[in-house]
Ligand binder design. Structure first.
Ligand SMILES: *[C@@H]1O[C@H](CO)[C@@H](O)[C@H](O)[C@H]1NC(C)=O
Ligand SMILES: *[C@@H]1O[C@H](CO)[C@@H](O)[C@H](O)[C@H]1NC(C)=O
Ligand SMILES: *[C@@H]1O[C@H](CO)[C@@H](O)[C@H](O)[C@H]1NC(C)=O
Ligand SMILES: *[C@@H]1O[C@H](CO)[C@@H](O)[C@H](O)[C@H]1NC(C)=O
Ligand SMILES: *[C@@H]1O[C@H](CO)[C@@H](O)[C@H](O)[C@H]1NC(C)=O
Ligand SMILES: *[C@@H]1O[C@H](CO)[C@@H](O)[C@H](O)[C@H]1NC(C)=O
Ligand SMILES: CC(=O)N[C@H]1CO[C@H](CO)[C@@H](O)[C@@H]1O
Length: 675
């Protein structure tokens, strides 16, 4: 395309809007239908202003696995020599010349230079554009889609195009075919049902202040990924004070799981020291919020010295603690995660990343923007006043606030997840690459593996004919793998349980595994990715499983090519946790509990390493798969779903419980023996 002088650019817009130039655009991405549960509503008004983000192709991603092993493989001479954020940014940033080519195209197409912001890592270009401008740029048509459960609106198109000379420099563009399942509350549904197109004010940053927004949230309304997509823990019986069993009696651990039970099961003691900089990171998404009185009531009964203790709050993109409209759906997850994590690592502190405000909700991108210095800016943004600013532009993060503003804790446990099928492949790969970058920086990222066995959130499977989801608690359909658990650069944690009438004291005395795959209330998530290749570190373990315990299912139910990422990696207890939620003791179930439990042990190990002048353990999978002897194999139970029994927990690694549950003293010894 010929380069036009700048002063012609406004004319070009006008010209473009009449006659579509034949600039040799090529198809960049296409969806034959919206992701499951999304329904097309109306054409987007051409004057609506939308935030456009262009994700540029990063360099060196093909070398990721080598980079990872260099710092995380137990036999690597560079084990533990993690990268700085700056190194990460420089290694993966697109070439400057390539960025310029894309910018030049935008300028020629009428998007003034001043309008286009470049992230410091050079990974993203962003600008506001009218829908008609964007439709012209990408040779597409925008529509409003609506989530059939939550009513969340989403601007999207079926396919889009880029000029040939730009296409190979661009990873993807948003908004286009990517549905960022950031779930909105009820109030948005009503607004959208009116025939009016989505107005600019919904996309503007000038939205009401926090308290006004809070007033708009209805009680129990699912405004976050967890609540909406069914990844919240499940509530069991409420317990009166008189029903609480003696927490000193480990014989009771088959009925009620307390911090003492976890310490007994995995053979670790209370924390003894707290090195500066060592904290356990827990992530919560709006509207989840812990209640101070719940923490104190729990501590008073199970961890007395902690009454009055609170997590360090890091508010991301408007994240706030709220006491309004208490319910299990707004307090259950946060109360559970903190009541597990805090006592297990104390006196080490727990850092709470509270993400998003209740109106807009938030997605994993908001979190990654805030903690991953290399995602948006590797220097700067560390101004706590700025970081408190919100809300961000709903279509994607474009402002300076919360951009690389927080140092990531060395361990981050998250109990929320999507189904892979909710997200496009490029979108998953981009986020997964960010977890890889965190791994290079020595951060252990743990995700719960899901609570529905081989099925997806709320028990949905994939209809093989349409690719749509089946009904909740489906008895048919294809297995529905979980993301980010399926990303090879996170550690996926499944759930186990202590069966009724199991005396763990007696079992542990004979080194017997007292636990089986969790099938009470929830089923440990597990299976095989439809997106990601199998990483080298798990090839041996998974091949053994295939050889020794070939599954009875075929390609019509799951990807049985033996070439895709298998999960979970490990597991920990996920049933019968005694938790205080909204002033009542209640039993709680979920891999939601397993992830912070495992994270607590990694944090204790980091503590010992830091004391010896060593670095954090970072990405643990390559070490654990090389040394399965530090885990206690789980060989009972399975993870049913989609009308099948799921996968059995068997000897060795399996897609229900991974390598098994921790044997803390052995894990500690192993990690201490590494440089
Ligand atoms: C998928 O399922 C949802 C909910 O059952 C339904 O509303 C939607 O129309 C379906 N989409 C397709 C393409 O069948
Ligand atoms: C445990 O919590 C209850 C609230 O249900 C409280 O009344 C009681 O005093 C607590 N127990 C201890 C030992 O603090
Ligand atoms: C799915 O099953 C769970 C228990 O297994 C139950 O609590 C839930 O209500 C069921 N959901 C539907 C929609 O049937
Ligand atoms: C285990 O024990 C609890 C409490 O006694 C009971 O509610 C539950 O049904 C039992 N589960 C099984 C599988 O027997
Ligand atoms: C499984 O994944 C591989 C690798 O991504 C792919 O080539 C293959 O088509 C998939 N097979 C099935 C049955 O989905
Ligand atoms: C929950 O606790 C409140 C007091 O905080 C009490 O009134 C209520 O009965 C309890 N609910 C259950 C189900 O025990
Ligand atoms: C902040 C918030 O969600 N407030 C709501 C709590 O529930 C009441 C009763 O339904 C609503 O009126 C509030 O708006």
């Amino acid at each position: 395309m010929r380069l036009l002088p700048l002063y012609f650019s406004s004319l070009l817009v006008a010209l473009n809007s009449i006659a579509s130039p034949t600039t040799g655009h090529v198809l960049h991405e296409k969806r034959s239908m919206p992701p499951p549960l999304w329904v097309k509503r109306s054409k987007l008004d051409s004057s609506t202003v939308i935030p456009v983000k262009i994700g540029l192709n990063q360099r060196n991603l093909e070398r990721a696995e080598d980079f990872i092993y260099d710092v995380s493989h137990p036999r690597s001479l560079s084990y533990g020599q993690h990268w700085t954020a700056k190194q990460v940014a420089e290694t993966f940033a697109p070439r400057k010349d390539d960025v310029d080519v894309v910018k030049t195209w935008l300028r020629e197409a009428g998007i003034d230079k001043q309008r286009v912001k470049t992230s410091q890592s050079m990974n993203w270009l962003s600008f506001m554009a009218t829908t008609s401008e964007a439709e012209e740029l990408f040779k597409t048509e925008y529509f409003i889609f609506e989530h059939s459960m939550s009513g969340q609106p989403q601007i999207a198109c079926h396919e889009y195009h880029l000029p040939q000379h730009v296409a190979n420099l661009v990873d993807f563009v948003t908004p286009t075919i990517h549905f960022d399942a950031k779930v909105k509350p009820e109030s948005f549904r009503r607004r959208l049902r009116t025939p009016q197109p989505l107005r600019k004010r919904n996309l503007d940053v000038s939205v009401p202040n926090a308290m006004e927004q809070l007033e708009m949230v209805r009680p129990g309304t699912a405004a976050n990924i967890g609540a909406q997509l069914g990844t919240l823990p499940k509530q069991g019986a409420t317990l009166a004070q008189s029903q609480l069993l003696d927490a000193e009696q480990l014989e009771n651990c088959d009925q009620q799981i307390t911090p003492n039970c976890l310490r007994a099961l995995y053979e670790f003691g209370p924390g003894k020291s707290a090195q500066l900089q060592n904290t356990l990171g827990i992530v919560e998404y709006a509207p989840q919020s812990y209640l101070e009185e719940d923490l104190d009531m729990f501590f008073a009964n199970y961890s007395k010295e902690m009454v009055g203790k609170r997590p360090i709050l890091q508010s991301i993109d408007g994240g706030i603690l709220t006491k309004v409209n208490k319910s299990f759906n707004t307090n259950g997850e946060a109360d559970l995660d903190l009541q597990i994590a805090m006592p297990l690592v104390y006196p080490i502190k727990t850092t709470l990343y509270q993400v998003g405000e209740p109106i807009q909700g938030a997605s994993f991108n908001n979190f990654l923007d805030a903690i991953d210095g290399s995602y948006c800016t590797f220097e700067g943004g560390d101004d706590p006043d700025q970081d408190a600013k919100y809300p961000d532009n709903p279509g994607g993060y474009i402002g300076p606030a919360n951009c690389g503003g927080y140092a990531a804790t060395k361990v981050i446990a998250t109990s929320y997840g999507y189904n892979e099928q909710d997200l496009s492949e490029k979108y998953q790969r981009r986020q997964c690459a960010e977890y890889m970058k965190l791994a290079l920086q020595g951060i252990t990222v743990l995700y719960s593996s899901g609570d529905y066995g081989v099925a997806g959130n709320v028990g949905r499977c994939i209809d093989p004919a349409t690719g749509n989801y089946t009904r909740t608690n489906s008895t048919s359909g294809k297995f529905n793998p979980s993301f980010p658990s399926s990303c090879p650069w996170v550690t996926s944690v499944g759930a186990t349980q202590v069966p009724n009438n199991t005396n763990i004291v007696r079992q542990l005395a004979t080194s017997t595994q007292p636990e089986v795959a969790c099938e009470t209330v929830i089923k440990s998530g597990g299976g095989f990715s439809n997106t990601f290749e199998m990483p080298e570190y798990q090839k041996g373990a998974v091949a053994d499983w295939w050889q020794n315990s070939p599954p009875p299912y075929k390609a019509d139910l799951f990807n049985n090519s033996q070439t895709t990422r298998a999960y979970p990696d490990v597991s920990a207890n996920g049933a019968n946790y005694v938790v205080v939620v909204d002033g009542n003791f209640t039993l709680v179930y979920g891999t939601s509990a397993s992830a912070p439990t495992f994270g607590a042990m990694i944090t204790l190990i980091n503590e010992e390493r830091i004391k010896k002048g060593k670095n954090s353990v970072g990405f643990v999978n390559p070490v654990l798969y090389q040394h399965p002897e530090v885990m206690k194999d789980v060989t009972g139970g399975s993870n049913p779903g989609c009308g099948t029994k799921g996968f059995d927990a068997v000897q060795g690694w399996d897609p229900a419980t991974g390598l098994g549950t921790p044997i803390y003293p052995r894990m500690l010894e192993l990690f201490m023996s590494l440089p």
